[in-house]
Structure formats: structure tokens, C-alpha cells
Design a protein around this ligand. Structure first.
Ligand code: ATP
Length: 194
């Protein structure tokens, strides 16, 4: 069973494309969502986060104190690095277990920063979803009311699209002009065993 990564910049349409793969019967591991879940539910990870950020890392109801963690992590790149060094291996372990529990020709792992994190090196193939920056900004501001400057700041933190494209095995253009479905079907066809 091949392990395939799927990534793309903010608002490129990764999740939208993954929904189609799911519809084709391909299991998708949404790594960013799962990371958030594990930060609350994985005992070892909770302990590591509490050691790093103090008891305020969690609210009295047990949920993650996102504003405390984000505030510290974005002010101090060392803390962010340490947080990533706790979260990435936990998600990796969890994702491996999940992968081995599937029964499909291949599985997909969706994450925004698969290249930036180096996670792509552990995957067999990579799909990159692309879209022009202006369209991505419009999609995200419309989707959840995020301010344009916040989306631009996120784009500036991510690798430029052309660097991801250069390393990709498959590219899916979600530019609002190229038909999406035939591209997804073609990638799916190429990923199925001969
Ligand atoms: P993020 O990095 O923020 O998680 P993403 O890459 O997963 O974003 P999506 O959430 O799939 O992107 O798409 C962003 C928004 O754009 C969504 O509201 C989605 O419905 C819309 N969208 C994506 N692709 C298309 C398309 N081809 N046509 C119309 N709307 C689209």
C-alpha cells in the first residue's frame, strides 16, 4: 500500500481535492486536524506540551489553551521548534498506525506543510495542489472571514509554490479554470497498481 502525501499552500484546495479522493474510496489522513486532536488526547504529547508551556497549556476543562501556546510559539522560534519536535513524531506514529490499519490501493496524508516539515521524505509519492496566490487569498477570506493580511502572512511563511512543484510527483491545478475532476482521476489511475 503506497503512502502518498498531498499538500499545497493555504487555500489551494487540498481538502476539496481530498474529498474527491475519499469519494473514490481512498482513505485520507488529515494530519493537521489529527495533530490538534492528539495535542489534547495523547497522554505523552500532553505531558511534553505541559513541560514546555507550563500548566497554562491546558484550560481547566482539559482543552488546549491555543492562545497561550500560539502567543509563546510565535514570539519564540526555539519554542516553536521544540513544539514541532514533540508534535511531528506523535503525528507520524499515529499516521503510520492509521496507514497500516487501512485496506486500499494507497492512502493519502494531507497536510499544509509536508515539504516545510520534511515529512515528505517519509512518503512514497507527493501530490501538490496549486492555485494562484490571489485566488487562494480570496478563497480563504470568503471561507472563514480571515483577514487578507493574515492569509498573506501565512503564504509568506510557506514554501513558494514553485519549490513544491519542483519536488512533486503529481500536480493538480486548482486554478478555477482547469477542470479539476479529470486531473484527480488521472492521478488516481496512475497510483493504482498496474
Ligand atoms: P487550508 O490550507 O486553509 O486548509 P485548503 O488548501 O485545504 O486550505 P480548501 O479548504 O479545500 O483549501 O479550499 C479553500 C476554499 O476554497 C474552500 O471554501 C473551498 O470550498 C473553496 N474551493 C476550493 N477549490 C475550489 C474550486 N475549484 N472551485 C470553487 N471553490 C473552491
Amino acid at each position: 500500500m503506497l503512502k502518498v502525501g498531498i499538500t499545497g499552500g493555504i487555500g489551494s484546495g487540498k481538502t476539496t481535492v481530498c474529498r474527491v479522493f475519499e469519494w473514490l474510496g481512498i482513505p485520507v489522513y488529515y494530519a493537521d486536524d489529527r495533530a490538534k486532536w492528539l495535542m489534547t488526547h495523547d497522554a505523552a504529547l500532553r505531558q511534553g506540551i505541559t513541560e514546555l508551556f507550563g500548566a497554562e497549556a491546558y484550560l481547566p476543562d482539559g482543552s488546549l489553551n491555543r492562545s497561550h501556546i500560539a502567543g509563546r510559539a510565535f514570539q519564540d522560534s526555539e519554542i516553536l521548534k521544540k513544539l514541532n519536535s514533540l508534535v511531528h513524531p506523535a503525528v507520524h506514529r499515529d499516521g503510520e498506525e492509521w496507514h497500516h490499519a487501512q485496506n486500499a490501493p494507497y492512502t493519502l496524508r494531507e497536510a499544509a506543510l509536508l515539504y516545510e516539515s520534511g515529512g515528505y521524505r517519509l512518503l512514497d509519492k507527493m501530490i501538490v495542489v496549486t492555485a494562484p496566490a490571489e485566488l487562494r487569498i480570496q478563497r480563504v477570506t470568503t471561507r472563514d472571514g480571515t483577514e487578507r493580511v493574515a492569509v498573506e502572512a501565512r503564504i509568506a511563511q510557506q514554501w513558494p509554490e514553485e519549490e513544491k512543484v519542483a519536488l512533486a510527483d503529481y500536480i493538480i491545478r486548482n486554478d478555477g479554470e482547469t477542470a479539476l475532476l479529470p486531473q484527480i482521476l488521472e492521478v488516481h489511475r496512475r497510483l493504482l497498481p498496474e
